[in-house]
Design a protein around this ligand. Structure first.
Ligand SMILES: Nc1ncnc2c1ncn2[C@@H]1O[C@H](COP(=O)(O)OP(=O)(O)OP(=O)(O)O)[C@@H](O)[C@H]1O
Ligand SMILES: [Mg+2]
Length: 166
């Protein structure tokens, strides 16, 4: 990835509500791979366990790892300039924390670290009233990425509170 001076870096959190599935390992390994291929990266550690910060303190990583626990630190994620990628190591438990909302608002896409399990995507909130094209586009997108999915989908339901009243 090439950085355009002053431009906003790619912002990519590594997430999974499950613990111990490799979020920190993926975030740090990906950061090392980006540096290795002449990219520049900063890793933010948003996990109160601060494992990425600990690993960074123990060795000499070729990139910065910064804490992202306080509101000010979380806000600083979207202010980063001068690198082409920002990776964020998220905690396993995001319940009752503002972290997920803050981070996703600043993110381009997320990586879900998971152990290899058989899976199939079920598409939810599909709006067939918009015609067959969005559904077809969705299928082509998933086919293009080789992702397994159910042909059936869950449509977007809309409640009409006045419906049925006289
Ligand atoms: N590909 C792998 N091969 C072998 N061990 C791995 C691999 N990926 C992760 N691990 C090991 O699995 C353990 C959990 O990984 P890691 O700490 O990255 O998970 P995590 O999702 O960040 O955990 P937490 O939810 O506690 O933050 C660590 O001991 C790590 O070294
Ligand atoms: Mg971790």
């Amino acid at each position: 990835m090439t950085e355009i001076p002053g431009s906003r870096p790619w912002c990519i959190p590594v997430a999974n509500q499950k613990g111990g599935v490799g979020k920190t390992t993926v975030a740090l390994s990906l950061a090392a791979a980006i540096e290795d291929s002449s990219g520049s990266v900063i890793v933010f550690d948003a996990d109160p366990q601060q494992s990425a910060m600990e690993i960074a303190a123990a060795g000499s990583l070729p990139f910065q790892v910064r804490p992202a626990l306080s509101a000010a630190e979380l806000t600083s994620i979207r202010q980063v300039r001068g690198v082409d990628t920002v990776l964020i190591d998220l905690p396993g438990n995001l319940d009752d924390t503002p972290v997920l909302g803050e981070v996703l608002a600043a993110s381009d896409f997320a990586i879900i670290a998971a152990q290899h399990l058989p899976f199939r995507l079920l598409c939810n909130l599909v709006d067939p009233l918009r015609g067959p094209v969005p559904v077809q586009q969705l299928r082509e997108l998933l086919d293009g990425h080789g992702l397994p999915y159910f042909r059936s989908f869950v449509r977007r339901y809309v409640a009409h509170p006045q419906c049925g009243r006289r």
